[in-house]
Structure formats: C-alpha cells, structure tokens
Design a protein around this ligand. Structure first.
Ligand code: FMN
Ligand code: SF4
Ligand code: SF4
Length: 277
C-alpha cells in the first residue's frame, strides 16, 4: 500500500522546524510545509486533502498551541480515514495543545491518533543554552524522533496527556489577552536588515517610510517572539527589560516561512516564475 504524508509546521525560533525536517527525512516523505506559508496560498490544504497521514509540528506557546495552528486545523478539510498526528516542542511542559487539537478534530468525527511532546532547548530561559548542551540535546531529540517515526510507520495510537477543562479555559483566556496586548519597540541598534519581517509568521511587521521596521500591535500578531529572537542587532524589545536571544543553530531565517513575500526564498520563486512566463 502506498501512503502519502503531509507534515505541516509552525516555528518561531527553528526548534519545531528542525524536528519537522528530521521527521520528514526519516519518514522518507516530502518537505514539511509551513503553516503561515500555506495560509498565503490559494489552496492551503492541497497536501492535507491528498495525504493518508497528516501531521502537525509546532511549539507550545503559553501552555497550548499557537492560535494560527489551531485556526489552520479548524479550517482544514478532515477525513475519517486519515491518520492524524501531532508533535509539540516545549521547554518546560506542554499542557493543552493536544487536547485542543482533538476537540477540533472531534467536531468532524475524527480524532488525533498519535501525539507526543519533544523537550527542546528554550527561547524563554533567562540564559541561553551553551553549544555543548545544545549538541547533547539535539542528539537526544534525534533519538526521540526515531521512536516517533516507528510509531507513525506503525500507525500507533496513544493516550496523550490531557489537562483539566478549567485550566484549558483559563489558559485560552490568558493567551488571547496576552497575544493582543504585546507591545514591541525597536531601538537605534536596528540595521534595517529586514530579518524580523522575513521570520514573522503573521506578516505583522511593516516598514515605515524611513525604512524602520515596526512590529505592530495587532490581532494578527501571534506573540511568538520570532522577530525579537532573530534580530541580529538585538534591537527589538518589549516592556520587559531583559530578553535572551535564541534560535536553533541549524536553521536559517529564510527557511522559516517560504511563502512570505518578504522571504528571499519566495522572491526567488517569484523571479523564476516571472522569467519562465
Ligand atoms: C511566547 C512563548 C510561550 C511559550 N510557552 C511555553 C510553555 O507554556 N511551556 C513550555 O514548555 N515552553 C514554552 N515556550 C517555549 C517553546 O515552546 C519552545 O522553546 C519551543 O521549542 C520553540 O519552538 P520554535 O523554535 O519552533 O518556535 C514558549 C515560547 C514562547 C516564545
Ligand atoms: S531584524 Fe533587527 S536589525 Fe533587522 S530590521 Fe528588524 S529590528 Fe532592524
Ligand atoms: S510581530 Fe513578532 S511576535 Fe508578532 S507574529 Fe510577528 S514575529 Fe511573532
């Protein structure tokens, strides 16, 4: 029996993308697909409609999954004969992410067949991980990915953790308020390089006439901190005074959201299309 597998990912600082890439490679399936990138396409769900197995890889944000990922799954056409799996990456603990996905799938009579959390190095710590501990962590994640690959290849089902309804409700309320109230500022160290706009999954960074970028306070902002973490000049801050700056050592910013119009990978694709037209 031939199977096709679609792996969708959301990643702010590259941990989830690194997991998605390794998972896709070890499962011997096509490249993982960016969720923010897919949302910019005419048909964001083409791969999901054609696949027998559909997976999602994403970070835990404030004890659940990023709103954009949940929204993507909500709108996705679902099939009862499809095997659904999810892999979250987290620093301390996950919580509601799988339960929230399951709730959405259940509305269409489907369910989350397999789900697992991968403990990664963090983008929320008070110190950055050193390179030795990163290498160790990447190795242990790799071993866990081997187990996940085995499970998916065997269409394994599991009982992933569930939290309480009340906790889920409180987390959702807090997440939504926090996401909409975040305020970023850009200081004079800014080199106007555009990386923040390139990595933003929500196209939420606009450049003023003076060329200065401004992450907007808006409904679109996922409060994922990708802009802050990837800024090479550490020029982006919030009202909180101290921020560490982290991104996965093996991921480059242009790999994150290939369909973003400010992304060089996308610009190249547009150039090629224009030339061949
Ligand atoms: C806004 C935000 C909220 C987070 N909330 C949690 C959390 O509730 N629990 C946790 O263990 N890690 C949390 N993290 C850490 C990330 O889940 C973790 O570093 C993840 O691997 C990042 O994935 P990415 O590099 O693909 O974005 C949070 C990170 C950010 C930026
Ligand atoms: S990534 Fe940093 S330096 Fe580059 S444009 Fe954005 S704020 Fe400026
Ligand atoms: S503006 Fe920054 S925090 Fe908001 S979605 Fe874009 S990258 Fe994430």
């Amino acid at each position: 029996m031939s199977t096709s597998t679609a792996i969708y990912y959301f990643s702010a600082t590259g941990n989830s993308l690194a997991v998605a890439l390794e998972l896709a490679q070890k499962l011997d399936v096509g490249e993982p697909i960016s969720i923010p990138g897919s949302l910019l396409l005419d048909d964001p769900y083409k791969a999901a409609r054609e696949a027998d197995r559909v997976g999602f890889v994403f970070p835990v944000h404030r004890a659940t999954l990023p709103e954009m990922v949940l929204g993507f799954i909500e709108m996705m056409p679902k099939r009862k004969d499809c095997y659904y799996f999810a892999v979250s990456t987290y620093t301390v603990f996950g919580c509601n992410e799988f339960w929230d996905i399951e709730e959405v799938l259940e509305l269409d009579g489907c369910f989350l067949n397999f789900a697992v959390g991968v403990k990664t190095m963090g983008n929320v710590g008070i110190v950055n991980p050193d390179s030795k501990s990163m290498t160790k962590k990447i190795k242990s994640i790799s071993k866990q990915i081997d187990e996940i690959v085995d499970a998916i290849n065997n269409y394994q089902e599991n009982n992933f953790r569930r939290s309480s309804k009340l906790l889920g409700y409180l987390v959702k309320k807090f997440t939504s308020i926090r996401r909409k109230s975040i305020v970023f500022n850009v200081d004079k160290r800014c080199k106007k390089c555009g990386i923040c706009a390139q990595v933003c999954p929500a196209n939420n960074i606009v450049f003023g006439e003076d060329g200065d970028p401004a992450p907007m306070r808006s409904d679109k902002c996922q409060a994922c901190y990708a802009c802050l973490h990837w800024c090479p000049a550490n020029a982006i801050g919030t009202r909180r005074k101290i921020h560490t700056h982290y991104h996965h050592p093996n991921i480059k910013p242009e790999q994150l959201n290939p369909a973003n119009p400010t992304n060089p990978v996308q610009s190249e694709a547009v150039d090629k299309t224009a030339k061949s037209a």
